[in-house]
Design a protein around this ligand. Structure first.
Ligand SMILES: [Mg+2]
Length: 388
């Protein structure tokens, strides 16, 4: 079955009505300061929205000769849409649709002249996920079955965000805080970070895991200093403390904090940096993002490499969309699923506007739909061509 067309689309779905249940207070995302790589620049330090790009989502529709199509999303707007429409699509049309490894390798190699990591690997992700959706629809089977079937019926879910009381009410038994302060905030920031973790431990007790996400904000020295401060609170892991390029820094943190579980990977692209992390044994938990790293094909390779090294993979944000849910339930070394909760406290998760086909986390567990492909049912009237 050959590929007949690859269309890059924009979602123009009518705005959902919004939740029936009123919020008790605004979500933490509205106002919370989060330490980040730009925190050293005072004019944008207060909130990530002051510097993050406003690129919209990109949807990819791949149609086979018989009219069956696969649909998937990725991120980062016009540059990613242009890579798919201008470069990948013309060469992939006419290729065998089910030869996903071949198509992935073509995109990986085609993008060499301008660099595969970053925006190109996001573009690869969109095409790869649409191919997996198409493969499932052609065969009338859910993607987790194409991967060999479920290894578990549900995955333990953890909540990411700083509305901890709300996550406890929702039944989560593990929570991940966004660390507010970093090196530029000095000793005061170190104290404030400790107070946040201490308050959280007080609130959740000893039967709930706490993790700390540092969003590329630190250097080796600050990571070590903060981790030593927080050791009494028994963090399950600390995450993404360095910029992704600093492999030697990751190795140094590993050596200086042998007792601390370490995690990273959401801003690493293609399986190659993960191979290096694994070889150097620089972290314990690898966290690729299925929409950025190169799609399901890349995540599966990373999971298999990690499994052979006895390491764990937990997809970045993998618990709150069908792409991550299908893969997580099918991989033996993906025991946990991350659920980023950006909705307001008080609004039940079933009322939140997830990608159609997403089963929201319930009582701290994630499951998956059984529809063909990724089981995403969205009418084509919801979309328009990305480039009109
Ligand atoms: Mg993170």
């Amino acid at each position: 079955m050959r590929i007949k067309a690859i269309d890059v689309l924009r979602l123009k779905r009518p705005a959902p009505k919004g939740p029936r249940t009123p919020a008790r207070r605004p979500a933490w995302t509205q106002d919370a300061e989060v330490a980040n790589p730009m925190s050293r620049f005072p004019e944008v330090k207060r909130h990530r929205s002051l510097w993050l790009p406003r690129w919209e989502g990109v949807w990819v529709k791949i149609t086979a000769e018989d009219g069956t199509y696969g649909l998937a999303s990725c991120s980062f707007g016009r540059p990613v849409a242009a890579i798919i429409a201008d470069h990948f699509a013309p060469l992939l049309v006419g290729q065998e649709a089910l030869a996903i490894e071949r198509l992935w390798d073509m995109m990986f190699r085609m993008s060499k002249p301008y660099g595969t990591v970053g925006l190109a690997s996001v573009a690869i992700s969109g095409v790869d996920l649409a191919l997996w959706d198409l493969a499932g629809k052609i065969q009338g089977r859910p993607v987790y079955e194409l991967l060999g079937g479920k290894v578990r019926d549900r995955a333990f879910a953890y909540a990411t965000g700083n509305d901890i009381d709300w996550y406890l009410e929702l039944g989560f038994k593990a929570v991940k805080l966004a660390c507010p302060y970093g090196p530029v905030d000095g000793l005061w920031g170190l104290d404030e970070n400790e107070k946040l973790v201490a308050r959280t431990r007080e609130l959740v007790g000893d039967d709930v895991e706490i993790m700390l996400d540092c969003y590329m904000a630190f250097d080796v020295e600050y990571t070590v200093r903060l981790a030593e401060r927080l050791r009494p609170y028994g963090l399950k892991w600390i995450e993404e403390y360095l910029i992704p390029e600093d492999l030697d820094g990751h190795v140094a943190v590993r050596q200086r904090l042998p007792w601390q579980t370490l995690a990273t990977g959401e801003h690493m692209y293609t399986p190659w940096p993960f191979q290096q992390l694994i070889t150097r044994r620089a972290v314990d938990i690898l966290q690729p993002d299925i929409h950025w790293v190169g799609g399901l094909t890349a995540c599966r390779r990373i999971a298999e490499m990690a499994d052979s090294a006895g390491l764990t993979v937990m997809l970045h944000g993998g618990g709150t969309h069908p792409y991550g849910q299908h893969l997580t339930l099918a991989m033996p070394n993906m025991p946990w699923a991350e659920c980023f909760i950006g909705s307001a406290p008080g609004v039940p998760l079933v009322e939140v506007d997830w990608t159609p086909g997403t089963i929201p986390p319930r009582d701290g567990w994630v499951t998956v739909n059984d529809g063909p492909g990724f089981g995403i049912d969205m009418p084509l009237e919801w979309f328009e061509p990305f480039f009109a």
